[in-house]
Ligand binder design. Structure first.
Ligand code: MN
Length: 228
């Protein structure tokens, strides 16, 4: 028993389809990875190198639990994303080897306090408080990679109260899963337990208390959350 001076924090974890729990170490998120979303945010979708931001591991919301409407915002946005769960770590991973480091895939939501993000952009400040707040990462069950033939194609969709808000295809990603894993591994040594949110397609918009969000990635799974 280590000599901790306070109780150690609980291990954040995500259920795995078929049983077991995936322990979450870190959460990385890719910005601007679908051209139509880049355009709707006022950007120019040239193929620049991917960039990343993070959320704390305990931002995950699992098992269909409610997501409390967060403080300090009046513009909470949904961003429906494919999530990659890293099972084997490494640095400077080659693109050709990258999918071999993946434990599995899930459907997830990169919830965003858009008003705080816009303020951060305007004032050249960090995005942490717009992206990495409590309960900001609802995620569905992780599907083991062996059960997903191809993470480069498949419909990605989000419904809010039954109406389709976001719909696209994984093939529209500017940077593929393999390219993203490889590039991120040149910036940090990836480790088992890391999650990577791979960016959102177009159609991001605000949600309100009581809204029910139901996301799906074809062949991967679903994520559902109610804003409480
Ligand atoms: Mn995102």
């Amino acid at each position: 028993m280590a000599d901790y001076v306070i109780a150690p924090p609980a291990q954040a974890a995500v259920p795995v389809a078929g049983g077991g729990l995936f322990p979450v170490r870190r959460i990385f998120c890719v910005g601007r990875n679908y051209a139509e979303h880049v355009r709707e945010m006022g950007g120019n979708p040239e193929r620049e190198a991917p960039f990343f931001f993070t959320k704390p591991a305990d931002a995950v919301v699992t098992d269909g639990a409610d997501m409390p409407y967060p403080p300090a915002t009046e513009n909470l946005h949904h961003e429906m994303e494919l999530v990659v769960a890293i099972g084997a770590g490494g640095a400077d991973i080659a693109v050709a080897d990258a999918l071999g480091h993946v434990f599995g895939y899930a459907a997830g939501l990169d919830m965003t306090r858009r008003d705080l993000q816009n303020e951060a952009k305007n004032t050249r400040r960090p995005w942490d408080m717009s992206k990495g707040f409590d309960h900001s990462a609802p995620i569905g069950e992780i599907l083991p990679a062996a059960r997903l033939a191809d993470p480069t194609t498949g419909k990605i969709e989000l419904k809010v109260n039954g109406a389709v808000r976001q719909t696209s295809d994984l093939s529209q990603m500017i940077w593929s899963v393999a390219e993203t894993v490889a590039y991120l591994s040149t910036l940090v040594r990836l480790a088992p337990g890391d999650l990577i949110f791979t960016g959102t397609p177009e159609g991001v918009a605000a949600v309100a208390r009581g809204d029910v969000l139901e996301g799906s990635v074809a062949g991967v799974g679903t994520v559902s959350v109610r804003i409480a």
